[in-house]
Design a protein around this ligand. Structure first.
Ligand code: NAD
Length: 376
């Protein structure tokens, strides 16, 4: 077996470390920074306070984007970066803020729209403004990945762009930034962490360093996610452990890539509006059973390293976790019709599906979606 490992993002982890942005900008020798901030922080005054406290390193902010950000929102952000001659970008928010910031920090150095690269197969130029990523959900792991997931609502598509230029220069993982995340978002983003860890492990592109990260991250999610959902405002240990799980799960999947559950999450979010992590988790136990005996018993070993009797018991635990934290285990309330199920099957045939260790046929997808359509 041959494998490579690279991880170009400097990680600073710990409570209160968001205050180090000015120092990092100074050490990079950059100024005129723009904060690409989730609206929650803009409306709460956090963004203004960050700019005011930056000793002039930050000069503007951009918050005009939505969850599952659209290509047009990236272009608007890039226009601001060009207008103020930005020298670096701070991404403050969940995956949506970080992905807007990553794409805008590259495309602003060109005169093209991001749509020229989104789903077109064209390689992004790797030149980019330095990015300091401050994740506020735990989370997507986007702070350590070279991926930006964008939607093109006019074209009805959601797809990742991969570019080495998307790696942030530095990730500040400050658990305090996640204390305010509401329970359902905590549950959904935490399920994204578990999906990334498990899919990174069983991906055809698996490799030993990422395997070790996957086991560590998944173990933390099973232990701490229910606590973070139950009392995320006060249970700081649970928040901190979920932040640790999130950044380490990011390391677990960024090289191997995600697989079947992420492929299926795209139409579940696009067509049915299910939040990203919840959409990933919806199919995770199903694919755990399908992949149970793949790769000469690796998935069984993963389950046993996490303390489960076997992969089926891990699938049962995933289903139980979803129930405990209030996530969907079925789609019955949406009363899906045959056309919607056919669309889900068709759009699930995303490149990530081909990283799955077992070949997934349209018949398998249809069986799964029909099962979910009947389940509560
Ligand atoms: P998000 O960034 O869309 O945020 C979800 C909600 O939480 C928003 O309403 C936001 O306002 C709110 N929020 C965020 N932080 C908060 C805080 N601290 N307190 C209160 N509210 C807060 O959610 P996400 O799950 O982090 O990101 C999802 C996006 O990331 C999707 O588009 C997904 O496809 C993408 N993604 C990217 C990668 C990658 O590597 N680039 C990986 C996985 C997912």
């Amino acid at each position: 077996m041959q494998w490579n490992y690279e991880q170009p993002v400097a990680i600073r982890f710990g409570e209160g470390r968001v205050s180090e942005i000015g120092e990092i900008a100074g050490s990079l020798g950059v100024g005129d920074g723009v904060v690409v901030a989730d609206r929650f922080f803009d409306e709460g005054g956090v963004t203004d306070a960050m700019i005011a406290g930056s000793d002039g390193a930050l000069v503007a902010s951009f918050s005009d984007f939505s969850p599952n950000p659209d290509v047009t929102e990236v272009d608007a952000c890039a226009a601001l970066l060009r207008r103020v001659h930005a020298g670096f970008v701070v991404a403050l928010g969940g995956g949506s803020a970080m992905d807007v910031a990553k794409a805008a920090a590259s495309i602003c150095l060109t005169d093209e729209p991001i749509a020229a690269y989104h789903g077109t197969g064209r390689t992004m130029p790797t030149k980019h403004l330095p990015i300091i990523a401050v994740p506020t959900t735990a989370g997507t792991g986007s702070e350590v990945t070279c991926v930006a997931v964008l939607s093109d609502r006019a074209q009805g598509k959601k797809a990742p762009i991969v570019s080495d230029g998307f790696f942030p220069t530095c990730a500040i993982v400050d658990p305090e930034m996640t204390y305010s995340v509401p329970p359902h978002t905590t549950a959904s983003t935490g399920m994204d962490v578990l999906s990334q860890a498990i899919e990174g492990y069983w991906s055809k592109g698996h490799q030993p360093i990422c395997d070790a990260c996957a086991v560590h991250a998944a173990r933390l999610v099973f232990e701490y996610l229910p606590r973070a959902v139950a009392d995320g405002r006060n249970d700081h240990e649970a928040r901190s452990k979920m932040c640790e799980a999130s950044v380490i799960a990011g390391l677990a999947f960024t090289l191997p890539k995600t697989t079947s559950s992420h492929a299926c999450s795209f139409p579940l979010t696009n067509l049915l509006g299910i939040p990203h992590g919840e959409a990933c988790g919806l199919t995770l136990d199903w694919f755990t059973r399908i992949n149970a005996d793949a790769q000469g018993g690796r998935v069984q070993r993963f389950a046993s390293l996490l303390g489960f009797a076997d992969a089926d018991a891990m699938a049962d635990a995933i289903a139980e976790l979803k129930r405990t934290i209030g996530l969907r285990t079925g789609l019955r309330d949406l009363a899906l019709n045959d056309r919607q199920i056919a669309d889900l099957v068709r759009i699930s045939r995303h490149p990530n599906l081909y990283n799955n260790p077992v070949d997934i046929t349209d018949e398998m997808l249809e069986t799964m979606y029909r099962h979910l359509a009947r389940a509560d």
